[in-house]
Design a protein around this ligand. Sequence first.
Ligand code: ADP
Ligand code: MG
Length: 840
Amino acid sequence: MPTTNAPDWERLQKALSVEAERGFPNLMGREYQFHEFLKLSFSQPPQELPEDDRRRWQELGDRFASYGEFTPSQRQHLVAESRRFLLQMQRVFEKVRSQQQETRPTRVKTPPTAPIETVAQQTTARYTHPDSLHLTQPLTEVKAIGRRNGDRLARLGLYRVSELLYYFPRDRIDYARQVSIGDLEPGETVTVIGDVKSCRFFSSSKNKKLTIFQLVLKDPTGQVKITRFYAGHRYTSSRWQYAQRAQYPRGATVAASGLVKKNKYGVTLDNPDLEVLSHSEGRIESITVGRVLPVYPLTEGVTADMMRRAVLAVLPAARQVLEPLPVKLRQKYDLVDLPTAIEQIHFPKDSESLDRARRRLVFDEFFYLQLGLLRRRHELKQSGEIASRPASAALSGQGQLVDRFYSILPFQLTGAQQRVVREILGDLSKTTPMNRLVQGDVGAGKTVVAVVAILAAIQSGYQAALMAPTEVLAEQHYQKLVGWLNLLQIPVELLTGSTKTSKRREIHTQLQTGELPVLVGTHALIQDPVKFHQLGLVVIDEQHRFGVHQRAKLQQKGANGICHVLSMTATPIPRTLALTLHGDLDVSQIDELPPGRKPIQTTVLSGKQRQEAYDLIRREVAGGRQCYTVLPLIEESEKLDIKSAVEEYERLQQVFPHYEIGLLHGRMTSAQKENAIEQFRTNQTQILVSTTVVEVGVDVPNATVMLIENAERFGLSQLHQLRGRVGRGGDRSFCILMTHAKASADAKQRLEVMAQSQDGFFIAEMDMQLRGPGEVLGTRQSGLPDFALASLVDDREVLILARNAAERVIVKDPTVDRYPRMKRELEKRFAQLLGGSILT
Ligand code: ADP
Ligand code: MG
């Protein structure tokens, strides 16, 4: 009868070699005498062998029947012939088997891993009974971790069980995919299961202290060499090596997980995790082999393996975490319970459980932030009503000043402007303080809208203040306001760091008496001991450049210590960012440009096409227009920055000998800067070479060309801001994005977004997807909340859901008193999230 199982080659060979070693005595084994065992084994030839071989196989078996009567030399011949024959047959057999395998699809399956909980329980139970674990327990007191490892974990700021549970993996290694050895592809992380073919140690020829362990595993599709490296003298010990080898006897089934590499000897697994299975169908019990492994941020003394074991040791305590979210809310937003989420984020059962765990934890991060921001908004509004008298003045949009302003305006407000004005006036008419942010592209007409709000304050008998982040911007606002307000005979003053002391005193007095209704300024507005007679409205421009504290400080100068706040920003930011940064504000968008604005023709040029750019500049300047040239910030040094600006300035003097060229950079004194801007504004210079300082509100309507060098180094949002410097007059304007010869194709493609769109919100969204939220906001204010898992780019949907959930809670229960656990979590998380962020 042919057999379906492979013959036990090892056992047969072993029997033959022992018989030879002992001098052919026809040894007595446990059950059979040598010749009986061989006769029996050879009686059933494997069906994989060709017919001829099968016959030889049987004949050989028959010859062993008379082994007992053979002379020693006859015995020796038969044994030797059998050993050779067996080796030969083994090769034939394996070849046939592997051909059969090839016609089958690749085995890709999850290796038979034991459930991690079982493994974890075994590990933990050895030291600690799960019941003796508790969330506030110091890690040093968790027996399975121990004092020494506990101390090491403290280096990562992990002191207690709960902190370790909330120390989420930053990545994963996927060893769950099992492949056949014949299908190994370099670069993949995989698990292979094979039988030990050989196992040896040798020392490196280059470095005698380096011991190399080499294991060859085979499966029916091929074999793979696995190497592990041991540095140090103690690994050269033959006793140690012997003990190691004993773990990998020939024929043992081993699961190996690692990264497949290819070297000159073929495909290998370098330093993989290995587990010897109890038998060929055995389950994998190790916490690494065959699994999706969490990858944690580590530090010196804390290895990946130690970290995984520590997390596994405390994982049972996840069950003790109390769920702060009501069941209904969890059901509505389809969220798994918190203990499960914590367990599964570390050692997920499968990718679906991982997704669900992550979704829940991301939701939490967004939810508590939104809940905190909304509660803050509610408190701000409340503060007006709780006070015995109306804290913020009710300001009316109905009145002479606003009417007269509309009548002298040479244009109609756009639909978007009208809508935003309505929203603002609606807020102002209430005694609860307004906290509204107006977002709108450069030139969308925010200033006009702000003027309406300021006039509403004045006609209601109150004062107004406008604060801008830089002197240049404050000066510009002042100029604009003077223009409008003079027509209405309303005085305005400007207060900045460079305001002369005498002027400063005069302003202080006029503010206090109420003679001066409007003040424009920089931080000086909050730094100076400025006292208002009756401040009703504060307008803050580019509000993201101020912290919450600074804004609050100005607001406190209001009558009764509070007033309405109107914030403005020309930095369009994506909705997810807006919710994260301004979740406590009401947001209005001016998403429509005044009519007749011509799109700025935007072109991406490479260095070779520079001449085209210069021709355009010549044409425009000859027609009486002006041009900006902007150089990128050189990150490494401000000195280099200025050097490149100065060099470009000198170079352009050669290129355009007949034009006057100006220079503007960050190291100039504010007087020098003002002078440079003034010369450009009055067209005494036709070309202004500048570093990015120009981004911050230089307003010269006669400028029609914006040439940006090394444009690939800028973010899209920043390019959009720069481009907004032109196209401010009625003339057709141009933006040229020069790319460096070495700019990547990707970078050039990114710039094409600029050529295609003028919509600041769209560009900001693209920018965020390409570079991440921190970059969109600019390095100066990267103070986004510190999320452990959540991404503003990838988890947009969850953020919107979390916002929605938080709104529902606040509407019903603005102080969150009905859900004590949720409230406790909120206090803890909100403070944490805001730590170091600009929201504080
Ligand atoms: P922003 O502050 O949003 O950059 P401004 O308020 O300074 O924009 O307006 C830019 C220019 O557009 C100004 O010259 C302003 O007078 C003009 N402007 C504003 N609103 C309109 C409108 N509805 N129609 C025509 N021109 C407008
Ligand atoms: Mg403006």
